[in-house]
Design a protein around this ligand. Structure first.
Ligand SMILES: Cc1ncc(COP(=O)(O)O)c(C=O)c1O
Length: 462
């Protein structure tokens, strides 16, 4: 019998996270205070994050110890298995070897708990009573609800309205873990009310939901804010995935030529890929690909500029690829990829040409998800289908070139709570969205007056 999955014993689970800030070949430009335009300091962030997370955000230590209390929670589902997708390889008739890391085995069904339990822990030990956050498809909200339940914290989630309506079961998962979930834009915050006055039918966006959650955290009593992606400390927590994966690839006796992850704010891609980016910096030849939807082409078309992380301009200005903080992406089913910006670390690595972005259309991603379900069995989250589509493209390219490439991708989550999306696809009701160029131009005009990073790049949106 051929080996199908590579499983690490619990004793082999990484005890440290990897911090790429220690190894970046080009220095990162600092986040700026929206009022003063000066680099933000720890005190500026203290009202919304506990100090331990702020310290991680700026740390230059190459490896950071994972506290025992977090390791204990990780053991609920970690180490996660690495699979060889032999049936998919056979189906594609490719000489490539395809591996995928299954992050869907966590209690919430995705990679998100890797940072949710860490953030809940650091909030708990700093005396926070409750955490406010945003969620797109509901994966992050449900992960944080679970993390908060495990550490005895209250949790309030602003869920993007289009997903709130498409995915009621994610809301029920959050409620099961004891969290409160409201559709965003809501009438509960000033930010939400302002958006609803301008557009009563707004489908919502992650940018709007972030504004609401930050406002609720700052105005609440004993509450802090938590972000499920984008920021350095979130990507740091996710590296437990890539570090495990390196051990598993070694056990399999292989090393990847191609590493792939889907990217919304960049956290699962980065957590999976950053340890391999380190190898690349040290001389390995690897093609590292971050995949996004063509309907929200932040990395492939957006400028590298300073922009707000949220719609109503409450967050610091981040140096990143962006489509403009007022851009509202089309209501694709991969709700977690509907974000106007991208993690500064991922953006900088694109600028430094260590990773490359790619974009796929919605229909191709669902086709890939169906192929995967019918060969490997697992039903994937719509976000994850972007990584699968790219892995299939690479495997077919290897076939054309006659090369025995090793392809590794991150299976960021299962899609068992996303069946409405599959129903729409199978019923022929899904379509590809054409990019509304005028809408992007309008949104990019809003960032024109903002300061420009030294490495400013205008992107290819024309
Ligand atoms: C399963 C899954 N994959 C990927 C993403 C994208 O987020 P990120 O880029 O932070 O990994 C999400 C976000 O909700 C998700 O739920």
């Amino acid at each position: 019998m051929q080996e199908l999955k590579i499983v690490l014993p619990e004793s082999e689970m990484p005890r440290q996270w990897y911090n790429i800030l220690a190894d970046m070949p080009d220095p990162m430009e600092p986040p700026l205070h929206p009022g003063t335009g000066q680099p933000v300091g720890p005190d500026d962030l203290a009202p919304i994050f506990p100090m331990a997370l702020i310290e991680q955000e700026v740390s230059q230590e190459q490896f950071i110890d994972i506290p025992e209390e977090i390791l204990e929670k990780y053991l609920l589902w970690r180490p996660t298995p690495l699979y060889r997708a032999r049936t998919l390889e056979k189906h594609l008739d490719t000489p490539a070897k395809i591996y995928f890391k299954n992050e869907g085995v966590s209690p919430a069904g995705s990679h998100k708990p890797n940072t949710a339990v860490a953030q809940a822990y650091y909030n708990k030990i700093s005396g926070t009573k409750g955490i406010c956050t945003e969620t797109g498809a509901g994966q992050w909200g449900s992960a944080l609800a679970m993390g908060c339940a495990l550490f005895g914290l209250e949790c309030k989630v602003y869920m993007v309205k289009v997903s709130f309506n498409q995915k009621p079961y994610r809301r029920i998962m959050m409620e099961t873990w004891g969290a409160t979930c409201v559709a965003s834009p809501s009438t509960e915050t000033k930010a939400g009310r302002t958006i609803l006055e301008q557009d009563p039918d707004s489908p919502g966006s992650l940018g709007i939901a972030i504004s609401e959650a930050v406002e609720a955290a700052v105005t609440g009593d004993g509450t802090k804010y938590s972000l499920g992606s984008v920021l350095n400390h979130v990507l740091l927590h996710q590296t437990v995935n890539g570090l495990e994966c390196q051990k598993q690839m070694a056990l399999a006796g292989d090393y990847p030529d191609v590493v792939i992850g889907c990217a919304g704010g960049g956290s699962n891609f980065a957590g999976h890929a950053l340890p391999f980016v380190r190898d690349k910096i040290n001389g390995k030849e690897i093609d590292i690909i971050a995949v996004e939807p063509t309907s929200c082409p932040t990395m492939t078309q957006g400028p590298f500029a300073y922009d707000f992380g949220d719609t109503v301009q409450m967050t610091p200005l981040l140096p990143m690829h962006t489509l403009g903080h007022t851009f509202v992406p089309a209501p694709i089913h991969a709700g977690g990829l509907r974000y106007h910006g991208m993690a500064p670390i991922v953006s900088q690595l694109i600028m430094s040409k260590l990773i490359r972005p790619a974009a796929v259309h919605q229909l191709e991603t669902f086709q890939a998800g169906i192929t995967f379900a019918r060969t490997e069995g697992f039903i994937s989250a719509p976000e994850t289908n972007h990584a699968i589509a790219c892995a299939i493209q690479e495997a077919l390219k290897a076939k054309e070139e006659g090369k025995e490439k090793v392809i590794l991708f991150n299976w960021s989550g299962h899609g068992l709570v996303d069946m409405a999306a599959y129903e729409a696809y199978l019923g022929g009701k899904l379509s590809d969205y054409t990019l509304p160029q005028e809408e992007i131009h309008r949104a990019l005009q809003d960032i024109e007056p903002l300061p420009k990073p030294k490495q400013y790049h205008p992107g290819t949106v024309s």
